[in-house]
Design a protein around this ligand. Structure first.
Ligand SMILES: Nc1nc2c(c(=O)[nH]1)N[C@H]1C(S)=C(S)[C@@H](COP(=O)(O)O)O[C@H]1N2
Ligand SMILES: [Mo]
Length: 197
């Protein structure tokens, strides 16, 4: 894998240290799922809402969009951070460009095969490091970590990254996802320790 885009320095925008406050670094990659690993073969990715071209991508069509590999950090709200993860996939701005986001879009809801949802303001998504990833460290992303396709958000706590993602909904009004309805932060900036709302 050549030409890895290193975004591990993005913390400069948010804080002093690469490791956000209250986090400890781990080399392991724990699995956190609300209800186990669903069996997902090759999901369609449906994109709808405030877009010019609502589109359902087959996994192959999605895979054919322009993609890249990034070196990223991963921060779980329960207190662990894993540095230097290599994720391969489609950046959120690339997806947004493909469907044509309309001017009234302000928020995004991600939908997943296990019923999980998570929401973010549009501007937190429209960043290169928000990716829909199918590869991890040069291999297909494993099922436990959200394979075939998951979202990663290295600038936000990792609950913003829906595993087994099946849908991206552009919203004209904010709505709350699974953990956000249960008291977790909508914005979820790790350097501001935005864990709870
Ligand atoms: N579909 C789905 N995505 C999910 C979750 C989940 O339960 N279901 N858990 C979230 C949480 S709380 C975290 S910390 C990360 C964990 O990703 P990992 O299991 O690859 O470490 O996935 C997030 N995405
Ligand atoms: Mo989490």
């Amino acid at each position: 894998m050549s030409d890895i885009v290193d975004v591990t320095d993005l913390y400069h925008e948010f804080g002093e240290e690469r490791l956000p406050p209250g986090q400890r670094e781990t080399s392991a990659f724990p699995v956190l799922s609300k209800s186990g690993t669903p069996s997902v073969a090759e999901p369609d990715v449906e994109v709808w809402g405030a877009v010019e071209e609502p589109t359902t991508f087959s996994f192959d069509e999605f895979h054919d969009l322009p993609s890249e590999t990034q070196r990223q950090d991963f921060h779980c709200v329960t207190g662990w951070s894993k540095f230097d993860c290599e994720f391969t996939g489609v950046t959120f701005p690339t997806l947004a460009e493909a469907v044509g986001v309309t001017d009234d879009a302000v928020h995004v809801m991600f939908h997943a095969a296990d019923g999980y949802t998570t929401d973010l303001p549009l501007e937190a998504c429209m960043r290169r490091e928000t990716m829909l990833a199918w590869g991890f460290d040069g291999e297909p992303l494993s099922a436990d970590h959200g394979g075939p396709l998951r979202v990663v958000t290295p600038h936000r706590y990792a609950y913003k990254g829906a595993k087994w993602v099946t849908g991206v909904e552009f919203l004209t009004e904010p709505e709350r996802g699974y953990w956000e309805q249960r008291g977790y932060s909508v914005t979820a900036d790790p350097w501001a320790e935005e864990r709870y709302a």
